[in-house]
Design a protein around this ligand. Structure first.
Ligand code: GTP
Length: 243
């Protein structure tokens, strides 16, 4: 058995090298091909396959962990921005609707000060869960920063985006966390930006959502504000929104 060890390591290296060379692909197919070509002794195929599949599962689990925010389990900012960049480019290319929300908990410092940071953490988790329930499958929710979430809404027009924002606001306002016998709740302010002709880069869309969020805070919090809606293409204006 000891004699087999160097060849196990060598074969494993070979299989990984093959996989890297072919840009990933099906591990079992690669191993079978390597065995058929006489590159891997058939006896070693099964243990090698198991080992490689275990490595693949570990890699996948690590990737998922790296993309998540530890506290809330939501996607983290970095992964959100990657996805948003892709969706932004796709929406611009196909002239599709796309909207972005920034959702910020109101006066969260007071929650931490009154009930302690653990309570604030628990409330943040509740806010994420409640907000996620208002979204559809393709929508993406992330923890954007401390007590702020971001939501990407592909294929969503400005009225639809306002509707989602309002639902999130309402659902958070109704949340009641019981903490050491006390009922703890908060509200959120939401800034909405819809993709328009002036958004040359994702940063511009984010900037508009941020501006709208500030407007919501200034308007007294617990409300939704949208950035001015631009035409998606020159000459093609969206309907005026009265909210
Ligand atoms: N518990 C907890 N608190 C956090 C976390 N991240 C940020 N915060 C807190 O959120 C609070 C944010 O405070 P501010 O930026 O002053 O904003 P605010 O009190 O929410 O007030 P407005 O945003 O103006 O409504 C700070 O007390 C942060 O410590 C977190 O992960 N857990």
């Amino acid at each position: 058995m000891l004699l087999l060890l160097p060849s196990v390591a060598a074969c494993e290296g070979l299989a990984l090298a093959l996989q890297a060379l072919l840009g990933g692909g099906d591990t079992s197919l690669l191993l079978m091909t390597a065995a058929a070509c006489g590159l891997v002794p058939p006896l070693l195929c099964w243990p090698l396959l198991q080992h490689l599949q275990r490595l693949e599962r570990q890699c996948l689990a690590l990737e998922v962990r790296a993309s998540r925010d530890e506290l809330t389990g939501a996607l983290n900012r970095e992964s959100f921005l990657q996805l948003a960049e892709r969706e932004f480019a796709r929406s611009r290319r196909y002239d599709a609707d796309c909207a972005l929300l920034l959702v910020d908990a109101d006066r969260f410092r007071n929650i931490n000060d009154r009930f302690g940071r653990h309570c604030g953490d628990a409330l943040l988790r509740e806010i994420v869960q409640a907000s996620a329930k208002q979204l559809r499958g393709p929508d993406v929710l992330a923890r954007f920063s401390g007590e702020a979430l971001s939501v990407l809404l592909p294929q969503t027009d400005p009225l639809g985006a306002l509707d989602v924002a309002e639902r999130i606001r309402e659902t958070v306002a109704e949340l009641q966390l019981t903490w050491k016998g006390a009922a703890v709740g908060t509200t959120v302010s939401v800034g909405v930006a819809s993709l328009g002709v002036g958004h040359a880069a994702l940063d511009a869309l984010l900037g508009d959502a941020d501006g709208a969020l500030h407007a919501a805070k200034e308007a007294g919090r617990n409300c939704v504000r949208a950035a001015p809606i631009q035409p998606r293409r020159s000459g093609e204006a969206y309907p005026v929104i009265s909210k």
